[in-house]
Design a protein around this ligand. Structure first.
Ligand SMILES: C[S@@+](CC[C@H](N)C(=O)[O-])C[C@H]1O[C@@H](n2cnc3c(N)ncnc32)[C@H](O)[C@@H]1O
Length: 156
């Protein structure tokens, strides 16, 4: 199952990009034997100032057809890392070829797009900066693959 992190804004070179460039290849390597990956980041940038609706349009166009759609949303469901790993495995086992995880911009994800998502995943009730959510998601994907592979990265 290919993984697409669809995110608003451009991430410049720096520590956050370095972490993503570390975690996603680790996810790819660990997930390869599990039918997970590769993972990539698709950045969308609404330069025309269309607000959340404009961003939602760009995001919709970037979504692979038939993908499971997950909205990253502080109002969504909080899960343990093992539960998230199990959820990925269930989507994979159900035969889904693509998983898209959407991270909104400063104003969040347009309500119509949130309503269309198959699942809303929360990293807790606090609102995090979207660039940090990218890093956290990349790490949780790697952690999930490690859990499913029985690798020692995750310790309870
Ligand atoms: C700065 S936040 C925008 C928050 C905005 N107030 C809203 O109503 O969605 C940017 C994006 O980061 C992600 N995000 C921020 N905090 C999150 C959390 N606790 N759990 C999951 N995603 C989060 C969401 O995708 C959100 O759209």
């Amino acid at each position: 199952m290919r993984v697409h992190i669809v995110a608003v804004g451009r991430l410049r070179a720096g520590p956050q990009k370095d972490l993503i460039d570390d975690y996603l290849p680790r996810f790819d390597r660990t997930g390869r034997g599990l039918g997970l990956g590769p993972a990539r980041v698709i950045e969308v940038d609404d330069r025309k100032g269309g607000g959340m609706a404009g961003e939602a349009d760009l995001i919709r166009r970037a979504l692979p057809g038939g993908a499971v759609i997950v909205a990253m949303d502080e109002r969504g469901r909080v899960e343990s890392s093992p539960d998230f790993a199990q959820r990925l495995a269930e989507w994979r086992d159900a035969g889904h070829g693509d998983l898209a995880l959407i991270i909104g911009g400063a104003d969040g994800i347009d309500s119509s797009l949130r309503a269309d998502a198959d699942f809303a995943l929360s990293f807790g009730k606090m609102v995090w900066p979207h660039m940090l959510v990218r890093v956290m998601l990349a790490e949780q994907l790697y952690r999930a693959a490690s859990i499913l592979a029985g690798a020692p990265y995750h310790r309870n």
